[in-house]
Design a protein around this ligand. Structure first.
Ligand SMILES: NS(=O)(=O)c1c(F)c(F)c(S(=O)(=O)CCO)c(N[C@H]2CCc3ccccc32)c1F
Ligand SMILES: [Zn+2]
Length: 263
């Protein structure tokens, strides 16, 4: 599809020129404002299966020019939703080395240092993510806020390989590890709403689950993420740093955001 960026002439305000859904309804991310929230006692804790991958497995880590993404095996899935949602990939959104705020969702205007998304597709109804990505019940994404704090050994399982994917379209194989260790401590407290992909083509196909509790990584780990990658190809003479890859909050309209916690 047409190229898009987070800044400049191909930035988010012009995405809808080539990707009409980006100017449509049910767009993500949104700001979780207290007055939008409605407590729903029927929201069950998120349960995932087969996230503890064996180190014998290898995963493909890639720089797709928009984010760093880790492809995930489809035997990993979410079991607590009405359909089985099988894992496809995880990726990140972050700020820059001097702007330590790059999450996509915000809470009462507070932006976190970064945000991880674990993208799943409805494998009860669709054979793969490409068939699911534009269907209203196609995707379920788990969102995890990232804060700067304690060193996080789980993230280092692949942060240490980032120098192998500095440039766009570079891929490397990394040993698999326990993906569950990337999730926050409490999977029972989360925001839930119907939204969209936060990148073109912006299909309104995502059931969003954003956990209330952030995970922490150290400042050094954050800087590795925020400064290691380029959006440009290796052979290009001008390098374009890959940072600030977060879409601004969209109009929530009168969308209700359900929360699984009372406070
Ligand atoms: N924030 S988000 O969760 O909405 C989201 C992204 F932010 C993002 F960057 C990507 S991407 O594939 O890395 C690049 C553009 O699709 C995807 N990729 C998804 C969407 C389309 C697709 C098709 C195959 C595999 C993954 C994806 C995504 F779902
Ligand atoms: Zn994302």
């Amino acid at each position: 599809g047409a190229k898009w960026t987070y800044n400049g002439p191909d930035g988010e305000h012009n995405w809808s020129n080539n990707y009409p859904f980006c100017g449509g309804a049910f767009q993500s991310p949104i700001d979780f404002q207290t007055q939008l929230l409605r407590y729903d006692p029927n929201l069950p804790p998120i349960q995932v299966q087969n996230y503890n991958l064996s180190t014998k497995e290898q995963l493909t880590l890639s720089n797709n020019g928009h984010s760093v993404q880790l492809y995930l095996p489809s035997h990993m899935y979410i079991s607590s939703l009405p359909h089985r949602y099988s894992a496809a990939q995880l990726h990140f959104h972050w700020g820059s080395s001097n702007l330590l705020t790059g999450s996509e969702h915000t809470v009462n205007g507070k932006r976190f240092a970064g945000e991880m998304h674990v993208v799943h597709f409805n494998s009860d109804k669709y054979p793969n993510i490409s068939m699911a990505v534009d269907k209203h019940d196609g995707l379920a994404v788990l969102g995890v806020f990232i804060e700067i704090g304690e060193f996080n050994p789980a993230f280092d399982k692949f942060f240490k390989y980032m120098n192998g994917i500095k440039y766009r379209d570079q891929k490397i194989q990394v040993p698999a590890f326990n993906i569950h260790a990337l999730l926050p401590a409490r999977l029972d407290e989360y925001y839930r709403y119907d939204g969209s992909l936060t990148t073109p083509p912006c299909y309104p196909s995502v059931l969003w689950t954003v956990f209330r509790r952030p995970v922490t990584i150290s400042r050094k780990q954050f800087l590795a993420l925020a400064t290691a990658l380029y959006a440009s190809y290796a052979q290009e003479s001008t390098t374009v740093p890959l940072h600030g890859n977060y879409r601004k909050p969209q109009i929530a309209d009168n969308r209700v955001v359900l929360v699984s916690f009372k406070d």
